[in-house]
Design a protein around this ligand. Structure first.
Ligand code: SIN
Ligand code: MN
Length: 265
């Protein structure tokens, strides 16, 4: 899949691109089932909220076949190759649960802030791609972005190890207020199968989910291969050390997988 000039210009200006219904319900339902199953497992890659609810499952593309297909899907990989003009590798892969009633906040942050400080990634030439596994609504803890904030560069941040079970380099309220006064705050909503691509320096967060509606989202972080990390302080299943260029699978691969999965019953 290639992005039009118009879409590239919008991405460069706003720092994100929302692509509603990029995957069909048939494709996405197999991923949703896989996510529910893996959140029931006990393994070191699956992190829980302080209240015990699932928060995030790292590196699922390496131990789950459905997520393996998604991790090489051309609708996700090709636009990033196009933007960076070179092959990409998987820097991080995670499924975030934002569980019904219990899903906790993600504080205001920039992802490149973490990749630079913790992993020594040379430049913000890595892209986050969010794939909605459930409908994301205004009420169930949607991702919130400050449009254009990627133009502010990498901002000062503090390492917050207390607010949630997951340590994060977070921004202070004054910085968020200043950026929001310029760019506002948006929260793209849409059905399962929708996709958001966002710049590594785009400021984002998400509120807790106190509704009965889960809000699962998969995130691929695709980095230009020449921009690979150089410091290996985090677990290899959080910040990957395999810089092999991703070979995209066929566009029908997830649909084919879903049909086989349903047949096997
Ligand atoms: C993130 O910012 O990395 C995750 C946010 C979310 O899933 O709500
Ligand atoms: Mn983030």
């Amino acid at each position: 899949m290639r992005l039009s000039e118009e879409k590239i210009a919008a991405f460069e200006e706003q720092g994100y691109l929302f692509l509603p219904e990029c995957f069909s319900e048939e494709e996405v339902s197999v991923l949703r089932d896989a996510a529910v199953a893996l959140f029931q497992t006990e393994r070191e890659e699956v992190w829980r909220e302080d209240n015990g609810a699932p928060r995030t499952a790292f590196a699922a593309h390496t131990y789950d076949d459905a997520f393996g297909v998604l991790g090489a899907h051309p609708r996700l990989v090709e636009p990033v190759q196009q933007l960076f003009g070179e092959p990409v590798y998987m820097h991080q892969f995670k499924v975030n649960a934002k569980a019904a009633f219990d899903g906790a906040v993600w504080q205001w942050h920039q992802d490149y802030g973490t990749w630079a400080r913790d992993d020594s990634m040379p430049e913000p030439r890595a892209m986050n791609i969010a794939v909605f596994l459930d409908e994301v609504m205004a009420i169930n803890g949607p991702l919130m972005f400050i449009p254009k904030s990627h133009k502010a560069g990498t901002l000062e941040a503090a390492h917050d190890t207390r607010t949630t079970s997951y340590p994060l380099w977070t921004l202070d309220n004054d910085t968020v207020s200043r950026l929001a006064a310029e760019g506002g705050i948006v929260a793209p909503t849409g059905p399962a199968g929708s996709v958001v691509m966002f710049h590594g320096n785009l400021v984002h967060a998400s509120p807790p989910n106190i509704t009965p509606y889960p809000r699962k989202i998969v995130y691929l972080t695709l980095s230009a291969v020449s921009n690979h990390i150089t410091k290996f302080t985090r677990a290899a299943w959080i910040a990957h050390r395999d810089f092999t260029p991703i070979e995209p699978v066929a566009d029908s691969a997830l649909m084919d997988f879903a049909r086989e999965y349903r047949k096997a019953g």
